[in-house]
Design a protein around this ligand. Structure first.
Ligand code: COA
Length: 327
């Protein structure tokens, strides 16, 4: 009997530099208490001068490959979800491919789907290898701190940098049960300046140039709560599962209050919902694979556990995956 496609190994990379709420108190008019009460975040990580989305992705991929116990030469695809590439091209995925010594060995490309980037990349990679065989690396990596306005207290407190990766392919370690992707236009979370305006001699220059992420926090909060509820309903129906059958829940780490709302809706205690938003803030596309990796390493996901991964983000996008950890 042929093996189902599942996750064989996971990896994560978090930069060393820690940015605490106390550090942010020195930059903007905020307080540790306000940030903790409204978001649950205590600190986040900031990529160093020699780091970027590709270097962080390479570190996460190396760990995922070692955990999976497969050689890079067995990979057919490398799909990266990210929103914060430092270059328009080449793709982050191709820079990771090169860093892993896999030139000519696989096809690598990026996709952008806000903080749902990892779930999107997982869906695409699963369907590619379902048809074509072999293994794939799926990566979420973001350097959010390079897109933030550190004079805007409503956004700069929320985000951090990091990367996570998984290896998928035919395996008896876990199996992917169901997944879906969804999107809809909503301009409440976007970058203020159109990149195309900056260099073109044919367009008026934006004044002032403002390349920062903009967000209507409370509106995005309402969307996020709806997205988590709708995602739970939809993924459970698709996987033929009931709420009671969920053993562990991983929700995009944007705000602790959103995680609590998701837990209440799923009727699950918070100890079955992964939380690292307190340590890393919102790492966008990296959030789900970092949380999955840590939950596995900490033994929170156990043999025969059914796990749901739910993400939501700019676009807006939302997506979910159901999987079963088998060994
Ligand atoms: N420190 C102190 N006060 C702050 C602040 C900060 N860092 N940021 C905003 N405020 C103030 C605002 O100026 C506003 O003041 P006002 O009422 O005098 O105008 C007030 O706090 C906003 O309060 P409220 O609307 O009750 O905030 P909130 O409970 O919705 O929390 C967010 C704000 C941004 C933390 C919350 O809306 C959120 O997390 N939204 C989702 C963001 C997100 O996850 N985005 C990414 C999705 S992938």
């Amino acid at each position: 009997m042929s093996l189902a496609i599942g996750i064989l190994g996971t990896g994560a990379y978090l930069p060393e530099r820690v940015l605490t709420n106390a550090d942010l108190e020195k930059l903007v008019d905020t307080s540790d208490q306000w940030i903790r009460e409204r978001t649950g975040i205590r600190e986040r990580r900031v990529a160093g001068p020699d780091e970027d989305v590709a270097t962080m992705g390479i570190a996460a991929c190396r760990q995922a490959l070692a955990h999976a116990g497969i050689d890079g030469s067995e990979l057919r695809y490398l799909v990266v979800g990210s929103n914060t590439s430092n270059y328009m091209y080449p793709a982050i995925a191709i820079r990771i491919q090169h860093g892993l010594g896999l030139d000519d060995k696989l096809a690598a490309f990026d996709l952008q789907a806000g903080c749902s980037g990892f779930n999107y990349a997982l869906y695409v990679a699963e369907n590619l290898i379902k048809n074509e065989g072999g293994y794939a690396l799926v990566v979420g990596t973001d350097t959010n701190t390079r897109m933030l306005d550190f004079t805007d207290r409503s956004t700069c407190i929320l985000f951090g940098d990091g990367a996570g990766a998984v290896v998928i392919g035919p395996t008896d370690r876990s199996r992917l049960l169901a997944s879906f992707l969804a999107s809809s236009y909503n301009g409440k979370l976007y970058l203020k300046t159109e990149f195309s305006e900056l260099n073109s001699p044919f367009l008026p220059k934006p004044t002032p140039v403002n390349n920062y992420m903009y967000m209507d926090g409370p509106e995005i909060f309402k969307f996020a709560v709806r997205a988590v509820q709708e995602s739970l309903r939809r993924i459970l129906a698709q996987a033929g599962m009931t709420r009671e059958e969920i053993d562990f829940l991983i929700i995009h780490q944007a705000n602790y209050r959103i995680l609590e709302t998701g837990a209440r809706f799923a009727k699950m205690p918070m100890d079955k919902v992964y939380v690292n938003v307190d340590r890393y803030g919102n790492t966008s596309a990296a959030s789900i694979p970092i949380a999955l990796h840590e939950a596995l390493m900490e033994g929170k996901i156990k043999k025969n556990h059914k796990v749901i991964l739910i993400s939501f983000g700019a676009g807006v996008t939302w997506a979910a995956t159901a999987l079963e950890w088998l060994s």
